[in-house]
Design a protein around this ligand. Structure first.
Ligand code: AMP
Length: 283
């Protein structure tokens, strides 16, 4: 596996791959890898000749009181996992390499960022778009892999790619879970032992809500069932539970063929998110 920290080395290696007409699959991450990330790499391996992974804890997407400084990092372990998964090139830049000078130009996520995590984390998705735009230009991938666990991020990036004609394909990958249903996340290490035992109630609550919605099409009651379950079985504080159309994230469900029930919960040291996306017509 090629390992590069500098943009000039990244570009050099991308040029070599492109010159032999290799398709490039790209997996952007913030590291502290787990099986969720590995699922993205596995799909990228199958569909492309050359797989690039980035590991960058992007300061631009963290708010002032968020967990940028204590976000878990372990580059040595990540490197081993990336090699085992068959990544061809690992790019792990420092912040000053990615953002050497701020020209004051920003990319705004717009109305899709007014709900869910965007409403609780002002500027978060602008920061996500800043980094992915740079990475897309540097890597020039054929396909880019994102997890449905971060469903709003996926919807916003798909919109960026569509509206601004990025010459690449976004591929969605299903959420990978622990056996008890908890969505795998780098932030799960921040859960206390008691919280870890409670946390699967998030996914169970989502299932209760979705099942009820599919039978009745009553969104408010469906959300209440999810809220009640999470409040009853965890010590976490709910940030939001929302039922929206997907990927346009509207509360107007009348014409929706696909819906998302999404939740964010604050525990003592971690804010966890999860969702279920379901095609109404296929059930
Ligand atoms: P992160 O390192 O948390 O920024 O995530 C990098 C990529 O991995 C994003 O596209 C996430 O949606 C995806 N991802 C994170 N957790 C999971 C999971 N449990 N299952 C599938 N994809 C995931």
């Amino acid at each position: 596996m090629i390992q590069v920290e500098l943009i000039k080395d990244l570009k050099e290696n991308i040029k070599i791959a492109k010159s032999s007409n290799k398709s490039i699959g790209f997996v952007p991450t913030m590291g502290y890898l787990h099986e969720g990330h590995m699922a993205l790499v596995n799909q990228a391996r199958i569909e492309n000749d050359f797989v690039v992974m980035s590991i960058f804890v992007n300061p631009a997407q963290f708010g002032p009181n968020e967990d940028l400084d204590r976000y878990p990092r372990d580059l040595e372990r990540d490197t081993k996992m990336a090699i085992e998964a068959g990544v061809d090139l690992l790019f792990y830049p420092q912040a000053h390499e990615m953002y050497p000078k701020d020209g004051g130009i920003s990319i705004q996520a717009g109305q899709l960022a007014n709900v869910l995590c965007g409403a609780s984390r002002p500027g978060h998705f602008d920061g996500v778009l800043k980094v992915v735009t740079k990475l897309f230009h540097l890597i020039n991938p054929t396909r880019v892999y994102f997890g449905q666990k971060d469903a709003q991020q996926l919807a916003i990036i798909e919109t960026l790619v569509r509206d601004y004609n990025f010459p690449l394909e976004i591929r969605r990958v299903e959420t990978v879970r622990e056996v008890d249903g908890l969505a795998k996340s780098s932030r799960n290490v921040f859960l206390s032992e008691a919280e870890r035992k409670q946390a699967p109630a998030i996914n169970r609550g989502l299932h209760l809500g979705v099942d009820y919605f599919m039978k009745t099409f009553e969104a408010e009651k469906a959300k209440q069932l999810t809220i009640q379950h999470i409040e009853q079985f965890t010590s976490g504080k709910i940030d939001y539970v929302e039922l929206l159309s997907y990927p346009d994230l509207s509360i107007e469900l009348a014409d929706a063929s696909t819906i998302i029930l999404a939740v964010a919960v604050f525990f003592e040291k971690a804010r966890l998110i999860d969702n279920i996306i379901i095609n109404i017509n296929e059930v």
